[in-house]
Design a protein around this ligand. Sequence first.
Ligand code: GRF
Length: 217
Amino acid sequence: MSTQPKKRVGVLISGRGSNMLSLIEAAKAPDYPAEIVVVGSNRPDAQGLERAAAEGFATFALDHRLYGKDREAFEQDLHAKLTEHNVDLLVLAGFLRLLTPWFVNQWQGRMINIHPALLPSFPGLHTHERALKEGVRIHGATVHFVTAEMDVGPIISQGVVPVLDGDNPEDLAARVLAVEHQIYPKALEAVASGKAKTEGFRVKIEGSTPSKETFIY
Ligand code: GRF
């Protein structure tokens, strides 16, 4: 078992929180290098907040609508909440707020996000609809470090799914979500253990032995 103290993780969500739950599950393993210390949301009614509280985690909600257009004031309060809980690593799991360069800078190299597409394809919203429209045959999800530009940043992990004949966006979303639940805990483990090292845009993960099989479809 590692002698390193576990990294203290804050998870930010805006909705149902299924990725958050996959991280909570993974972090139950005694040798997992991270512990979730707080779950926060910009939406007081986020279903995931209730789920986290039911699991016994500290939660908070900061309603962004109360801040009007003042993004920085919202982010300063958010930053203060995370600091209160001594958060080392910040995990965005369906957190639907654009972050200012100030906030990103505070968490540079310590904040990761999951995106439901194989970046750099399909950044932004409606990724599954767009993947179907473009006729791609493979699709998936990406975990990456957050940088000032949205959905750009060194890639830590990607998971791939086929796009099947007759798929609708919901089918594809469900297939991709299952992969998200696999890659996010692994990516957080790599970052929290210090095994993920960024060299330019490439993240090298010590000791990882990827399959060399070609995926053709
Ligand atoms: C996921 O598809 C994630 O990739 C995207 O938002 C969705 C969040 O789902 N960023 P959940 O709240 O984790 O269930």
